[in-house]
Design a binder for this molecule. Structure first.
Ligand code: NAP
Length: 267
């Protein structure tokens, strides 16, 4: 298999560290550079806790793309920075695999258009855990039969965006199969603002919990006459996301458009 040359943005982050290990242990992956606002000019090997990789760290992303020939960018940073990196990568013909969450619909549409214009593959996946993709698919199936549903997503307290990209994606998938329904009591009054969670335009409630100790968890609860169904997924550590990152890096090499969501490349 041809070696895939990778630039990684966010190597010191919790996801980034796992990604460095993934690249290091994958025979046909090569880390050629990192984008990080610290350690400019150092080799990855010179940074404490990192494996013996000679790839250079660049604090200036444009300089990185100008200086290094790469096939794929893996971005695991923040939405504002991730968007800048993705656009720059496309400008330099590098295919982005974006795990960073928090892109809104307008940003996704803009990146979709740019990928099409550049005829370059992009994968943006708000959740790289295969189990989470199955949870979303099962929820989509269940919504055909049980239209009363609420989503509860639970994450660590350092997460920046709420609700999670996975919760929004789940709601989108549920909406594609669920009969439109106004849920709950039409005369309901919130005594405390937000008590009933956020609401999508289709009226699906999403509740976001943020607590230390959590990683990434989601429950999709369906209710019907005398019954309930709960579909639940837990990521206990960030290693749970790496098989999805690997698949996305391999798949993006074959694409010339933007694909949003791992579920669209798993089948
Ligand atoms: P994290 O530990 O906070 O790491 C974020 C990384 O981004 C850090 O290395 C940080 O560097 C870097 N960063 C922030 N601002 C930057 C800037 N201006 N320029 C360059 N680098 C910058 O977060 P994480 O848990 O690894 O998560 C990273 C992203 O992945 C988040 O968007 C998160 O929601 C997402 N995520 C996705 C999945 C998935 O399956 N798709 C799973 C988990 C997390 P500093 O230390 O300098 O700030």
């Amino acid at each position: 298999m041809k070696t895939i040359k990778i630039i990684l943005a966010g190597p010191r982050g919790r996801m980034g560290k796992e990604a460095v290990e993934l690249i290091h242990r994958t025979e046909h992956f090569e880390l050629v550079a990192c984008i990080d606002r610290m350690n400019d000019g150092k080799k990855i090997a010179e940074i404490e806790g990192f494996p013996a990789i000679d790839a250079l760290v660049y604090s200036d992303p444009r300089k990185c793309f100008q200086s290094v020939a790469a096939d794929v960018l893996i971005d695991l940073t923040t939405p504002e920075i991730g968007k800048i990196h993705t656009k720059l990568a496309l400008e330099y013909g590098v295919r982005p695999v974006v795990g960073t969450t928090g892109f809104n619909e307008v940003e996704l549409a803009e990146l979709t258009e740019l990928a099409e214009e550049k005829k370059t593959g992009v994968i943006i996946a708000p959740n790289f855990a295969v189990g989470a993709i199955l949870m979303m698919k099962f929820a989509q199936m269940a919504a055909k039969h049980l239209e009363d549903v609420e989503i509860i997503e639970l994450h660590h307290d350092r997460k920046l965006d709420a609700p999670s990209g996975t919760a929004l994606k789940t709601a989108e998938l549920i909406s594609s199969t669920r009969k439109a329904k106004q849920q709950g009591n039409p005369d309901e009054v919130e005594q405390l603002e937000g008590a009933r969670g956020a609401q999508t335009k289709d009226g699906i409630r999403i509740h976001s919990v943020r607590l230390p100790g959590l990683v990434a968890h989601q429950e999709v609860m369906f209710g019907g006459e005398g019954q309930s169904l709960t579909i639940k997924h837990d990521s206990y550590n960030r290693a749970s996301f790496m098989s999805g990152v690997k698949l996305a890096v391999e798949t993006v090499m074959t694409l010339d458009v933007l694909v949003y969501g791992l579920e669209n490349i798993i089948e």
